[in-house]
Design a protein around this ligand. Structure first.
Ligand code: PEP
Ligand code: MG
Length: 748
């Protein structure tokens, strides 16, 4: 077995590069590469599997296996050992493949003669594009040097693939970035739009993956690292505004990584093996991304994320790409980026038709601005920055969080129909804006909107909302890097009340914990965070922050009425304590001679089933109840609202859940407690009218849902609907949905 570090590795890479330079089609190149690797590494077999589509690997070339299996043998990600390498983006090294867990025998390849197997992912910018495999008859484990060498070769193959080296006619692979692709993300802002890809940062192109002169390459790398460190220090020392505070924390983490010796050593090792500096950085980045995908701990994930971002910055410095500022924004531009800061977004202005981010979060500054401009946004669109090229046609479905890249004609047509229908529906809904939300049997429902940021408020009037039924105050805390100051919050809350122009705003006190982890709070290591130390449990245990928030709210009113409610109240005592805290603050304000609200209504969110069974006295003391359906449903069915596997398993129109809602409505009615519903289901027309039929008279939802819900409500006889629901319950069904849908079809 040849020594695969240093000179030998460089020699092998050079041969690979020469193969690329030779005339010949893609298939001939692949064939020659497998021969070179098997010879160079002294193995009996070398095979290259490339992705036919996102989840399918195809044997594209082999030295040693049955050549008849080439372009015939296919595996899904996760299938067999090769599929497992792709799915886990991690090497597999085994002395006896047939005994390895997950082994799947592929008779067409004649691989039964080989015992040892080493497979490494072929990945570019962290995305797996294939698998490189060597096999030997002898039963042995490959050495660390061999693994490293094969990983280095895989990097070069990935770059060659990106450059289109393996494309050709017939059975060969088609050019990269030409396939239609559906990417699933999450919705950042609703709406459907079509346009062309506009990359915020130009894609990284590496035309020379193998370097002849390692010393020159190291100098280039170290120079780029120096520039990276300087740019980070500059950013850190710059007098950043409050909005940049979050960035400062990230920069500090960057600086720590940029100065880490281990990181630089690993990059230099890659260059010593013959890689160009850029590819050495990419190799390290791929390893980071694979670790990130496996890291169970969110804190560790976010640190790895910083490291990944750092690699990106370094790659840009090495490739010295022109900045996106130099590129004209095309008509119908849909911005595609890993992430984007508010400054960049503001500089593009409203020229953008849509935004697709690989990362981002609903509470991020960029999303906030996009929402204010009503630009459809899809977040967490994985791989979009690797796949999307400037000018590609792209369809953005902000309602479903879907992105169609380079869509087929049929998808385009269906999408155009959707856009046209939405436009028509929007017109119809707009016409309803000033009409009351009344059912055909005369039941009046109050329609409120949910909000969390100042930029949401302009939607109040156009949506026809009669107030803000849920103001999620934690968003203000989530977008900052430190606890906001009381006066700052008071100004903000006051601005919100001003924008609401006398309409009620139900402020919910800080609801953090569970998935809402403040960037400046040490994350709690809880086995079950949704049922852990969250919401009012935190603020009662650490009352300082709630006191400050309540003071800010009281001062913001300047004498106007105040609605305030507490999240996740699970028992009467918690409500009593929280209420008492507010009352005490009122007294303190009075003692200070400050104006206090002319009227204060203090309510509880009913998000745990236990509260529905609290003593009558609770219902009498609370001024109102707001059912937080998202949490209530997760606790009622014991089904994590964040877990895609179980999230949709239980229907909101399930007989048990609707009966429970009716029971709460009846109890509140009997005890004279106003009750509303503010979970996501309030914004789904069918669910909303069923909830109303159960006796709820106030619904709070996303502004865009008010039109559709009001539209259906105004055509529905709630009394009749209640009978239909009862009939379905009596018939012993699990969900009333089929009966309700059928009734709607013929009666509404
Ligand atoms: C709810 O749980 O239904 C709710 C409105 O609160 P959040 O979604 O913010 O937890
Ligand atoms: Mg909740």
């Amino acid at each position: 077995m040849p020594d695969l570090r240093g000179d030998n590795s460089r020699e092998l890479l050079k041969n690979l590069r020469n193969t690329l330079a030779r005339v010949g089609d893609g298939q001939a190149r692949l064939d020659r590469i497998t021969r070179l690797i098997a010879e160079g590494m002294g193995t009996d077999v070398c095979s290259i599997y490339l992705c036919r589509d996102e989840r399918t690997l195809e044997l594209c070339a082999t030295q040693g296996l049955n050549p008849g299996a080439v372009h015939k043998s296919r595996l899904h990600f996760g299938e067999g050992l090769v599929g497992r390498v792709a799915a886990e983006a991690n090497p597999i090294n085994t002395a006896n493949a047939a005994r390895e867990k997950g082994f799947r025998f592929m008779p067409e390849t004649d691989e039964q003669y080989f015992n040892a197997l080493l497979g490494v992912p072929i990945q570019r910018l962290g995305s797996v594009v294939g698998v490189l495999v060597v096999q030997s008859r002898e039963s042995r484990l490959y050495s660390d040097d061999e693994i490293y060498a094969l990983e280095v070769i895989a990097m070069v193959i990935a770059e060659m693939q990106e450059l289109g080296a393996f494309t050709g006619e017939g059975r060969a692979m088609s050019k990269p970035h030409q396939r239609p692709l559906l990417i699933r993300g999450i919705s950042g802002q609703e709406g459907a739009t079509e346009g062309v890809v506009f990359r915020h940062e130009l894609p990284i192109v590496i035309s020379e993956p193998v370097a002849d002169d390692p010393e020159a390459e190291k100098r280039r790398l170290l120079d780029a690292i120096d520039r990276l460190r300087i740019s980070i220090d500059d950013l850190l020392s710059a007098n950043m505004s409050d909005a940049g505070g979050e960035q400062r924390e990230v920069m500090k983490a960057y600086r720590m990584f940029a100065n880490s010796r281990g990181w630089v050593t690993r990059l230099i090792d890659g260059i010593d093996s013959g890689l160009a500096a850029e590819v050495a950085v990419e190799k390290e980045q791929s390893a980071t991304r694979a670790r990130m995908a496996r890291a169970p701990d969110p804190y560790l994930r976010s640190r790895l994320h910083d490291l990944d971002d750092l690699s990106n910055r370094l790659l840009r410095l090495l490739t010295e790409k022109e900045s996106a500022d130099d590129v004209a924004i095309p008509d119908g531009a849909i911005l595609v980026a890993r992430n984007i800061g508010p400054g960049d977004l503001l500089s593009y202005g409203k020229a953008l038709r849509g935004i697709v981010l690989e990362e981002g979060s609903v509470g991020s500054h960029a999303t906030i601005i996009a929402r204010a401009w009503s630009i459809p946004v899809v977040l967490h669109a994985e791989t979009v920055t690797i796949e999307a090229m400037n000018g590609d046609v792209i369809l953005v479905d902000g309602d479903q969080g879907l992105v169609h890249l380079r869509p087929e004609e049929t998808v385009k047509t269906a999408f155009h129909d959707k856009i046209a229908m939405q436009a028509e529906a929007q017109e119809a809904y707009a016409a309803l804006r000033t009409l009351p939300a009344v059912s055909t049997d005369g039941i009046r429902i109050t329609m409120h909107m949910n909000a969390g940021l100042m930029v949401d408020l302009p939607s109040l009037v156009p949506s026809g909302a009669e107030g803000v039924g849920l103001f999620r105050t934690e968003l203000q805390f989530l977008i900052r890097n430190a606890v906001p100051k009381r006066d700052e919050l008071a100004r903000l809350y006051s601005g919100i009340m001003d924008s609401a122009r006398g309409l009620p705003v139900y402020f919910r006190t800080l609801d953090i914990g569970s998935d809402k982890v403040l960037p400046y709070m040490n994350p709690e290591d809880e086995p079950n965070p949704a049922m852990g130390w969250r919401a009012v449990r935190i603020t009662l245990d650490r009352p300082g922050i709630m006191r400050m928030q309540v003071q800010a709210l009281l001062r913001a009113t300047k004498g106007r009425p105040l609605w305030v409610m507490f999240p996740m109240i699970a028992q009467f005592e918690e409500f009593k304590q929280a209420r008492q805290l507010v009352m005490k603050e009122v007294e303190k304000e009075k003692a200070l001679g400050h104006k206090v609200p002319e009227e204060i209504r203090i309510g509880a969110m009913l998000e745990t089933p236990s509260l529905a069974f609290a003593a009558d006295r609770f219902f009498e003391l609370t001024d109102f109840i707001s059912i937080g359906g998202n949490d209530l449903k997760q606790f009622f069915f014991a089904a994590d609202r964040q877990n895609e596997r179980v999230r949709r398993r239980y229907d909101t129109l399930n007989v048990s859940f609707l009966s429970f809602i009716r029971q709460i409505a009846d109890r509140c009615d009997a005890l004279g407690t106003p009750v509303g519903f503010c979970g996501e289901d309030a914004g789904r027309p069918l669910e909303a009218v069923c909830i109303a039929a159960m006796g709820l008279r106030s619904l709070s939802m996303r502004p865009a849902s008010i039109g559709p819900v009001k539209h259906l409500l105004r055509k529905t006889d709630l009394g009749e609907l209640r009978s239909v629901i009862q009939g379905s319950m009596d018939a012993g069904n699990t969900s009333v949905r089929p009966a309700v849908t059928e009734w709607m079809g013929s009666n509404v």
